[in-house]
Structure formats: C-alpha cells, structure tokens
Unconditional design. Structure first.
Length: 540
C-alpha cells in the first residue's frame, strides 16, 4: 500500500473517530458551558417559543432546553370555567348524612416547566412541573350547598307576620319570595304583604308600620319588600365558577327520602333553591410548602383532625406521550388553601305580632327568607393527586393568550383527597349590601306620614339595598356582627358573638359551637386545561 493511500485511510479513520466522539461528547460539552453562555441559550429559547410556540414540539428544541435546564413560566388555565357549560367538575363526598355534591371549577394557576438533561435521568420530553403559590392566580369554584329545607320553596314569606296580627294559620315558608313578584303601587320586583287577605285581596305594598306612639290602627306607611339578590330563584344549579349564587350543575344536589323532609309539609325533591346553608364560591390558592396546619387547636375552625404539614405542589409531565413506567402523561399533586364563609337562608323566622313602629330598631322578622353571611374560616385541602394526558396544541385562545398545549386531568381511582372542612354558623351581616352605614350604626324604622299616603320610603331610606350583593366578608368566624344583625334580636349594643361553653354548666367541651367540621373526600372527575406561555395575569 502506498504512503498516500495509507495517509488517506488514516485521515478517514480519524474523521470517523472525531464524529463518534462528537456524538457522545455533545451533551457533556454542553455541560461545560459557562453560566453566561447558558443564560444566553435560555434567552434564545424564550424568544423562540414566544415567536413560535410550535417549536416546543420539536425534539431539537427539547434537547437544547434540557442541556441548560431551561425553565419556562406557564399559566395553567381551566377552560370554560366561567361559562354555563363549564366542563370542569369535582365530586365532594360529605358522608352518609349529607351525601355527594357536584362542584364546578374555574380559574388558573402559576407553574414552571423545567427541562432536564436526559443524562440526569428520565426520557426525552420529560419535564418537571412546579405549581406555585401566587397572588394573581387561584382556582375558583361554585358555591357548595350543605343543608336544605323544602319549606323554603313552599308557604308564604309573610305568614308569620299575618298569623301574629290576625291569629290565622297560614303556611309558612319562602315559596313566594321570588324576583317575579308584583306589589300594588310599586309594581314588578316587589312583593305585596297579605296578598289575598288585605286590600280586597290585592295585598298592601309592603310591611305596614305606624308612628310611635301609635295613634291609629290604620297603617301610616309601608316598608317595601324587594327580594332582589335574596330571591329563592336566584340560587340556581349553575356551573359558572366564582358566582355565590351558583351551587353546581346538579339541579337536585341533596340526598332525598320521605324521611328527609323536616316537617312533612312538602313532598317535592329538594332543589337548589331549597338550600339553607352553603359555602361561598371558593377561591383556592396553592398552599405554600411547609405550612403547618394545627387542626387540634384551631379555635372555632377545623377541630379534632390530624395536624398536617403542606408539601410541594407539582409533579411530572411528558411532552410527547406517556411518562415512562406510567399509563399517563401528567402526574401532579396539589395542596390548596381557601377561606370558607357560609351563607345562611333564614326561613320560618319568628315575627312581630304587632305593627312596626317608627323609631324602633328593626326586628329579626325583616330577615325572614333573606340570606346572611357568616365570617370566614381558613381551610386546607392537602395532597390532591391528579393524572391525565397532555397534547401539544399551539394556538391563540379566544381571549388572546398564547397557548402551547392542552391537557385533561382527573383523580386516579382510589386516590380521593380526604380532608376536614369547617363552616361557620354565627351570623355576621346581610347578603345584600348596607345602606345608611347599618353595619356600624343602629338602624331605625323611618318616620311615617311625612308624605302623601301611602308613605313608602325609598330604598335609600332602608338599612340595606336588596339589588346589590355583598362580597364575602373578611372578618373571622364568630366576630362582632353588623349592627343590623346584632340589634334585630338582642338588646341595644349587646354583642351577639357566641360565647364559649362553660364546663361548670355541664358541658364537656369549651368551644362556642360557632363552627362545625365534617370529613370530606374530593375526587376530580374532569378538568380541561390550557397551558399558556408566561404569567398571563402579571402586571407589566
């Protein structure tokens, strides 16, 4: 063999060796990148995915991202959460007595995808998914109905008042406490008082009242009755999350038997409008890692349950298929925190047997058939494990967000999250908004006879505006109630918060009874997700 031929053969072997070394040493060489070079690569990757989100579907992009442990901030948004056809739902099992409740979900969460070098373990396309606490991102839910009474949708709202005045035995309830009512003079949206009995059967334009001292048996004025946001038909089986009046997609949310009707006065199946105790529409955030929840010493909260320490929320996903060794492409665990306020419906309230008098404080009867907020209690839902599949689907959402993927998740069979949930029972303030500073200033019945008969004070002269709903109060459970709630059943300036039990009176516990706790199992049935690039709600 000639020298020239040997030389070319040697050079060829050298080239093959170099290529082989390059193939096997490529990832290792990337590990030798300086911190500055790695930062530059990450910047390029961010620009690439912002310009063309479909690039995440390319294995070349994933390999490059993995070599520099690229982190991509994303927002996980529940699709259709605020619509009437919201597909996202979970099941809360409250035990044999209370039964199951459908809860619909919406909102969004902050998260980060972290790409890892395959040399660190894992398959191509595997990413770590960290779900992060955020001030701007929370899941939302529909209201959760807890207790019911079919008397709500039967009887008449003014029965106790009329029975007290006339000694009759009209059926009590809230069946006519509807937004579709029509009262004499006031018209649509208002309710007559004593329909079928007074004023040739047409009823009066509202609650009758007189001057103080009373000078005549003829009413000198009428307090308008406008159900507004408190109407029983406002509470519906709606699926749109974040609405305190929607109680989930099941029109018959309560367990039913002939023995479950409290007074036997109705034979109907309890419906959404029969709810007398429910939660607010919840805002569910990611609980910070390491949060210690001491449930054995939580005054008026979740008592008697085990203490817990919140773990990290997140898990794994694979961009191209299933996670190796698993039958799904997403496997995450989330721990949630929320604050629960209760909403009470007053039904069959003991009422006044004599006419209302100007200058007196409003009695509890004015709350009959209306709703009342309680204070809030912090609750935690730890270790909700979800699994599902992810599909790369670059696009622009209907609200202009940049999407890189779609996903569906649900609870694995047998992995329902068990937790203790606490609800407050101590009244705090009306569901409707205050007028005349009635939360802090004692409200009195206005003067009668100051205008041409019939004297009907404007809504602005009353202690609440029934057309505007109040948001969930920030106050804690069993704190001092609003003046209107306090004065409606107590002597002036007496605090109505519930006092702890005294063992000397025969009790075996010292809590106040202002809160109740039950065990619950949460199973997520179907959640549809959009994975959006960046923090879509962040302030620039």
């Amino acid at each position: 063999m000639s020298l020239r031929s040997s030389l070319w053969r040697y050079l060829g072997l050298l080239a093959v060796a170099a290529l082989a070394v390059g193939v096997f040493a490529g990832p290792a060489s990337a590990k030798k990148l300086s911190a500055k070079q790695r930062a530059a690569v990450r910047t390029q990757l961010r620009k690439q995915i912002k310009k063309n989100p479909a690039v995440i579907n390319r294995k070349s992009f994933v390999k490059r991202a993995s070599l520099v442990n690229f982190k991509l901030p994303v927002t996980i948004a529940l699709r259709g959460g605020t619509t009437a056809t919201n597909p996202n739902k979970a099941n809360v099992d409250l035990g044999a007595s209370l039964g199951n409740r459908e809860v619909n979900l919406g909102g969004s969460l902050s998260a980060e995808l972290t790409f890892h070098d395959s040399y660190d373990g894992g398959a191509l396309g595997n990413v770590d998914l960290a779900i992060l606490p955020s001030a701007n991102h929370n899941l939302t839910s529909t209201s959760i109905p807890l207790l019911w009474n079919t008397q709500v949708s039967s009887g008449r709202y003014d029965a106790n008042s009329i029975n007290g005045l006339l000694g009759t035995s009209l059926p009590t309830g809230c069946g006519d406490f509807l937004s579709s009512g029509s009262a004499p003079i006031l018209g649509a949206g208002y309710l007559p008082f004593g329909f079928g009995i007074f004023n040739a059967g047409a009823g009066m334009p509202g609650y009758p009242y007189n001057a103080n001292p009373q000078t005549t048996s003829t009413p000198e004025g009428y307090l308008r009755v406008q159900p507004g946001v408190d109407s029983i038909d406002a509470v519906t089986a709606g699926k749109a999350a974040g609405n305190n009046l929607n109680v989930g997609g099941n029109p018959y949310p309560f367990p039913y038997s002939s023995q479950s009707i409290p007074d036997g006065s109705s034979t109907g199946i309890p419906q959404a409008k029969d709810t007398v105790l429910r939660t607010n529409a919840l805002s569910l955030g990611i609980a910070p890692v390491g949060t210690e929840v001491k449930q054995d010493v939580n005054t008026d909260g979740v008592n008697g349950s085990q203490n817990i320490v919140i773990g990290k929320s997140g898990g794994q996903a694979n961009l191209f298929g299933k996670i190796p060794g698993k039958a799904f492409g997403i496997d995450v665990t989330v721990s949630l925190k929320t604050r629960i306020n209760s909403i009470l419906r007053v039904v069959d309230q003991d009422s006044f047997g004599t006419p209302l008098l100007t200058g007196n404080r409003y009695p509890a009867g004015i709350f009959n058939c209306r709703q009342i907020w309680t204070g809030g209690i912090d609750n935690f839902i730890p270790s909700v494990r979800l699994a599902g599949n992810l599909k790369i689907a670059p696009g622009i959402t209907s609200d202009g967000k940049l999407r890189i993927a779609k996903a569906t998740v649900s609870s694995l069979p047998g992995s329902e999250a068990r937790f203790a949930v606490a609800a407050c029972l101590a009244p705090l303030a009306g569901f409707d908004s205050e007028n005349l500073s009635s939360d802090t200033v004692a409200a009195t019945i206005p003067a009668a006879g100051t205008t041409a008969a019939p004297n009907i004070p404007a809504t602005s002269a009353l202690p609440a505006n029934p057309l505007v709903a109040r948001g969930a109060p920030a106050a804690g459970c069993n704190t001092t109630p609003s003046a209107l709630v306090r004065d409606s059943a107590m002597t002036p300036d007496t605090v109505q918060s519930l006092s702890p039990a005294v063992t000397g009176d025969g009790y075996t516990v010292t809590n106040s009874g202002a809160a109740v706790s039950v065990a619950a199992d949460l199973a997520v049935q179907n959640i549809s997700l959009d994975v959006l690039v960046g923090d879509v709600n962040a302030t620039p």
